[in-house]
Ligand binder design. Structure first.
Ligand code: ZN
Length: 167
């Protein structure tokens, strides 16, 4: 593993734990330093009533809010983190995508063997903190479960992967 891969994995693991959800999507945000530029970053807030174009942080928003003291630096880190997130989801193989689709009752899926079915049941039923822990050991499976349950286009992307395409 290269130094870059090591630091990337360590940062991701840390942010997953603080955010309490594996591989959140990131946005720049106005944080607490009082400047009129979005100099911080935070996970995307998908609470209804929080306009996606509203870059402020409210009590509805997930942690963490990271202050960078620089708009360009915050924007750069958001791009890096979201690129890592996209790269991680590409690591989901056809079989994993099909098993998760089956678990969530969608077209294009089929059941795994007993052992994998038990593991899938555990991950799908875990709370966000434990899901982050599963993600350390089973990154592709945890990411596929996260996509199926959180992402608006998650099922469609998993169906693409199960068919042999990329997300
Ligand atoms: Zn919010």
């Amino acid at each position: 593993m290269s130094a870059m891969d090591k630091t990337r994995a360590a940062a991701r693991e840390f942010l997953d734990l603080v955010a309490g959800t594996p591989a959140p999507e990131w946005r720049t945000c106005f944080s607490t330093d009082g400047t009129d530029e979005p100099t911080g970053f935070a996970p995307v807030c998908d609470v209804e009533g929080h306009d996606p174009d509203d870059g402020n942080v409210y009590s509805c928003c997930p942690n963490p809010v990271v202050e960078c003291d620089s708009g360009p630096l915050a924007a750069y880190l958001v791009e890096l983190l979201n690129a890592d997130r996209a790269a991680a989801s590409v690591g989901i193989d056809r079989e994993t995508a099909a098993h998760v689709l089956w678990r969530f009752g969608h077209e294009g899926g089929y059941p795994p063997g007993d052992h994998a079915a038990a593991l899938l049941r555990l991950i799908a039923g875990a709370d966000v903190v434990n899901r982050a822990r599963f993600a350390a050991g089973f990154p592709a499976l945890a990411e596929a479960v996260r996509m199926a349950s959180n992402d608006r286009d998650g099922i469609a992307r998993l169906q693409q992967i199960a068919k042999g395409g990329t997300a």
